[in-house]
Design a protein around this ligand. Structure first.
Ligand code: NAP
Length: 241
C-alpha cells in the first residue's frame, strides 16, 4: 500500500494519478477528494488538528511500500517580518511537526515495509537568503534537518527504510500562483513522474531540478556584500523568490 499525505492538489494530486496505476494507495487531505480508481481510497483529515489514528484504521493490517508527504502550507504573500503566533505555529506544524509525528507513529507501529520509501518535499527556499516567507523557510529547514536525523536513526537501528528529501524548485501549482521568478516553474507532473519512476531507488537529499545545486554552491561562495549588491541591482522591489 502507498500513502500520499496532501493529495488534493498540485504535486500530491499528480502522484495520486501515477500511483493509482500501481496498487492500493491511500490519499490524505484536508479537502474531500473524489476518487475514480478502484485502487485508491481517500480520507479527509487535517493532519495538524485531526486525529491521525484515522489513517491507521484505514491501513488496518496492511503495510506501506511508499509514503510521500506533499502536504505543505506557505506564507508567500506575507511581506512583513511580523507573523502572528497562531499562523507561525500552523506553518511549522503543517510543514514539519505533523510529518515528524506521523513518521514516528508509522515506525513505532511497524507499518512500514522493508525498503519502504519515506519521501519528504522540501524547498529551495531553504538555501536562499530571504526576507519573505520566514516561517515557511524555517519549517522546511527543520524538515531538511529531520530527514537527516530520521535517516540516521533508521541506519543505526538497522532498519531498511529509505529516506528521500526532494528539495524542490518552483512548481506551477496553486501554492505559488502569485510568486514571480526569473526561472521557469516546473510542471508538477514532471516531478511526480520522477518520483514515481525512481521510487525503488530514491534516497538522500535530492535537488529538483538539479541546477539548484549550483545556486547553493554560488550562494555559499559569494561574499555577502556582493550578494546584496546583486539583489539590489536585479531583484529589489520585485516579488522574486
Ligand atoms: N509549489 C512550489 O513551487 C513548491 C516549491 C518547493 C516546495 N514545494 C513543496 O512541495 C509540496 C507540494 O507542493 P504543491 O505546490 O503541490 O502544494 P499544494 O498544491 O498547495 O498542495 C498541498 C497539499 O497539502 C494539503 N494540506 C495542507 N495542509 C494540510 C493539513 N493540515 N492536513 C492535510 N492536508 C493538508 C492540501 O490539502 P487541502 O488543499 O485539501 O488543504 C494539498 O493537498 C509542499 O510540501 C510544498 O511546500 C512546493
Amino acid at each position: 500500500m502507498n500513502l500520499i499525505i496532501g493529495a488534493s492538489s498540485g504535486l500530491g494530486k499528480s502522484l495520486a494519478a501515477d500511483f493509482s496505476k500501481l496498487d492500493k494507495t491511500l490519499l490524505v487531505s484536508r479537502r474531500k477528494i473524489k476518487v475514480k480508481s478502484k485502487n485508491i481510497k481517500s480520507i479527509q483529515l487535517d493532519i495538524v488538528t485531526g486525529n491521525i489514528t484515522k489513517i491507521f484504521s484505514k491501513i488496518q493490517k496492511k503495510t506501506i511500500s511508499n509514503i510521500i508527504f506533499t502536504v505543505g502550507l506557505t506564507d508567500w504573500n506575507n511581506d512583513n517580518i511580523e507573523i502572528s503566533p497562531k499562523k507561525a505555529r500552523l506553518i511549522l506544524d503543517t510543514n514539519f511537526y505533523s510529518i515528524l509525528k506521523l513518521v514516528y507513529k508509522l515506525i513505532e507501529k511497524k507499518k512500514l515495509k522493508d525498503d519502504c520509501l519515506i519521501c519528504f518535499c522540501s524547498s529551495v527556499t531553504t538555501i536562499l537568503p530571504r526576507h519573505r516567507q520566514i516561517m515557511y523557510c524555517a519549517a522546511k529547514s527543520a524538515l531538511n534537518s529531520f530527514s537527516k536525523s530520521i535517516n540516521f536513526f533508521i541506519k543505526i537501528n538497522k532498519l531498511k527504510y529509505r529516506v528521500a528529501n526532494i528539495i524542490l524548485g518552483y512548481m506551477e501549482t496553486d501554492m505559488n500562483k502569485s510568486i514571480q521568478t526569473p526561472l521557469s516553474k516546473i510542471n508538477p507532473k514532471i516531478v511526480s513522474k520522477y518520483i514515481f519512476l525512481n521510487r525503488d531507488k530514491l534516497e538522500g537529499q535530492i535537488f529538483f531540478p538539479k541546477y539548484w545545486i549550483f545556486f547553493k554552491i554560488l550562494i555559499n561562495l559569494i561574499p555577502e556584500k556582493i550578494l546584496i549588491l546583486i539583489f539590489n541591482l536585479f531583484f529589489f522591489n520585485k516579488k522574486y523568490f
